[in-house]
Design a protein. Structure first.
Length: 417
């Protein structure tokens, strides 16, 4: 086990805030040497590491937060991905989440045809809870995080994610220009959640067309886990499409009651995630945290399709995609169908046009139809087919700045030696 694996973030912070307030670990594609016995030594042995090009962290004493930036792959361009403000029980949990999310962003940007690589960042509070962060404290946290991102020289570009807002992104913008999802009033794209929800819904419609011979979801039953910005919007779409029954669960009772008020005779509130996973339905849509599908929960599932917006839905993607396939449950890869979020904000530097986004929503429908037809013709799962497509696309170099991402990573790493 790696030295840091069993530590809590608070313990890791205390060990490093004053002795190693900043450090990094680079993969073998970067020529810079890694710090000897650095705080992240051994991370490359983690199952989720997948030869990341760079992982950088800062223990920020002023804000009492750990800042992490994970950069997976930059052939297609600088790493792009959301900034997650989240508390973790152990450093193993934090690093595993960041590594998996970063890798998924490489795949997502690739299948979306974006000239971006994959990355993710995490802000982990130490000694306080996120709900207790006042607006003034958030300003300090995100301004300091913006300085951290500036020190990477553009190797990673931040975006809105779990527990962060366009206003937080604007605070990051006050310290550097490597951020997206800023408010529309500042020339950005704002909250991408509605477009993410629409993209997932279009994937449901594509599945209904290819496998049910239907143009909508009429007569079908859907279960949605998580009714936040994306899950709530998705619930509206499926209700408007004529589902016979919508089962919902969320940690917040008021969210469930609100959705039920839209269609009292159709919506049924389910008491827990576990109960929802066991609920017979046509489509199960995970729209909350990751790793919801594992060895145990696969045995509970009584759905025919898994089509949801959550990132990293499968605890072990290859293993659990194969298990779902063997059980006769079709799983649409999350990185393939929830990509509208990154599409919404990725090209802000060229100006934001809603018409372009509507074209991309249509493309998700068409791409999902093709994915289903191609995977069926090859007798492989959609997950396998999507990974083949992503792998091929990730080999392509940025047409204008080939190798730029690795050069920026090396520069940031050299400055920390």
């Amino acid at each position: 086990m790696q030295p840091f694996a069993a530590l809590t973030p608070a313990q890791f912070f205390q060990q490093n805030a004053f002795t190693h307030p900043e450090s990094f670990l680079c993969g073998n594609t970067i020529s810079t040497g890694n710090p000897a016995n650095g705080p992240l030594a051994g991370m490359e042995q983690m199952p989720d590491y997948d030869n990341h090009e760079g992982v950088f962290f800062r223990a920020d004493a002023e804000s009492s937060c750990l800042f992490f930036a994970f950069i997976h792959h930059t052939n297609r361009g600088q790493a792009q991905g959301g900034t997650r403000f989240f508390s973790y029980e152990t450093m193993q949990d934090l690093l595993s989440d960041g590594l998996r999310l970063s890798k998924a962003m490489s795949e997502k940007c690739a299948v979306a045809g974006l000239w971006w690589g994959g990355g993710k960042s995490i802000i982990c509070p130490v000694g306080f809870s996120i709900k207790d962060a006042t607006p003034e404290r958030r300003k300090v946290i995100f301004a300091n995080f913006g300085k951290f991102i500036a020190s990477l020289h553009g190797a990673y570009v931040a975006a809105e994610d779990m527990n962060t807002t366009p206003e937080d992104m604007q605070t990051i913008l006050s310290q550097n220009r490597f951020v997206t999802c800023i408010p529309k009033t500042a020339g950005g794209s704002g909250n991408p959640s509605p477009f993410t929800a629409e993209g997932v819904f279009k994937s449901m419609l594509a599945t209904a067309r290819v496998l049910e011979g239907k143009s909508d979801l009429s007569g079908m039953s859907v279960s949605i886990q998580g009714l936040g910005n994306v899950g709530g919007a998705l619930a509206r779409y499926v209700l408007e499409s004529g589902v016979s029954r919508l089962y919902v669960t969320d940690l917040m009772q008021e969210r469930m009651e609100q959705v039920k008020s839209w269609a009292p005779d159709v919506v049924e509130i389910v008491s827990s995630k576990e109960a929802l996973l066991s609920q017979p339905c046509d489509i199960f849509a995970p729209c909350a945290g990751g790793k919801v599908i594992d060895d145990q929960t696969i045995q509970w599932l009584k759905c025919r399709y898994v089509i949801g917006a959550a990132n990293n839905q499968l605890e072990r993607p290859e293993r659990h995609a194969a298990m779902l396939h063997a059980k006769g449950i079709l799983y649409l890869p999350d990185f393939f169908i929830n990509r509208m979020g990154i599409i919404n904000c990725a090209n802000e530097q060229y100006g934001w046009l809603e018409t372009t986004l509507q074209e991309e929503v249509v493309k998700i429908y068409e791409d999902t139809v093709h994915l289903l037809e191609e995977s069926r013709s090859r007798n492989i799962s959609p997950q396998e087919m999507a990974m083949i497509q992503a792998g091929e696309a990730m080999k392509k170099m940025h047409p204008i700045w080939p190798g730029r991402g690795k050069q920026l990573i090396q520069k940031a790493a050299n400055e920390r030696l």
